[in-house]
Unconditional design. Structure first.
Length: 290
């Protein structure tokens, strides 16, 4: 019977699940959480960089979605409404650990200079070196997003990574399409300016190459070879990254956007659904006691 009900939900749209959940169907509510958790987590980890902080924020956002489900009136796709709830939370929540370091483009450029100026040789097998170089690329992309202020960062993530239109983005952020485009243009300009000047993946003449930073990353403990945080993170897509031959066929502006879009589609921790179920049981228990 449980399997039949699960199979039934597979053919039900998110919007239909919302109506079922509003009528008190807790299984429909759990299915909503399952379907949206990866999207919310993907937004949170790009905004906050640290997986543990992204998990905490995702749980907080999912609880907000559950408790405010009645306010969804169908004026947009439910997924856009979820992004609106998530974005508002991520823009107004307290600073998390990565944000408290207050990374700037100037500091990032100094970091690159320090990495390339010293002798940071570190002997390791080529296969391990290649994995660490991939981790460096992922960390660098995350770090550069943190150089943007929150409003610019979330605008860039929504538009350049999640392919949100200016009209959709305006609804999600509660601003006009013109304001959304202005924010996006500013964010693109800042990221492009840094990467065109520094990143070897964007301009092969630039000295900053991921494989050249391996020794620095390991010796300064920026990357722990025993725990590759982003590379080993569970993800929904088996492949990620941009093949060099594809990058070679793009101009510099296209390469910048391609690199940020190539980040993995991270999978939210499985325990998030159980956490939400536990929260629901506690709420039901409190209501019954009241």
């Amino acid at each position: 019977m449980a399997k039949q009900r699960k199979d039934y939900y597979m053919d039900v749209t998110l919007e239909e699940l919302v109506e079922l959940a509003k009528d008190g169907d807790n299984e429909a509510l759990e299915e909503i959480v399952r379907r949206i958790q990866d999207r919310v987590y993907g937004l949170a980890i790009r905004m906050l960089s640290h997986p543990a902080d992204a998990e905490d924020a995702t749980q907080e956002i999912l609880v907000k979605v559950i408790t405010h489900l009645g306010s969804y009136r169908g004026e947009s796709a439910f997924s856009a409404w979820v992004y609106r709830v998530a974005s508002n939370h991520l823009l107004t929540t307290h600073k998390r650990r990565a944000e408290r370091r207050e990374i700037t483009f100037e500091a990032a450029e100094g970091h690159v200079g320090a990495a390339l100026s010293g002798s940071w040789e570190y002997s390791m097998p080529d296969a391990e070196r290649g994995l660490i170089a991939q981790e460096i690329m992922l960390r660098c992309i995350q770090g550069l997003l943190l150089c943007l202020d929150r409003e610019s960062r979330i605008t860039y993530i929504l538009a350049a990574i999640f392919d949100t239109t200016s009209k959709q983005g305006a609804y999600i952020l509660g601003i006009t399409p013109a304001a959304f485009r202005k924010r996006l243009s500013r964010a693109k300009g800042l990221l492009r300016g840094f990467m065109q000047k520094n990143c070897g993946l964007v301009n092969a003449n630039n000295p900053c190459q991921c494989n050249k930073l391996v020794g620095f990353a390991v010796r300064t403990r920026w990357v722990n070879p025993e725990k590759l945080t982003f590379l080993e993170h569970p993800r929904r897509n088996s492949e990620f990254g941009v093949r060099p031959e594809l990058l070679a066929g793009m101009d510099e502006l296209e390469r910048v956007a391609a690199l940020f879009r190539s980040h993995p589609e991270y999978a939210a921790p499985d325990r998030l659904v159980d956490m939400c179920k536990s929260w629901l049981r506690r709420q039901c228990g409190q209501s019954a006691a009241g």
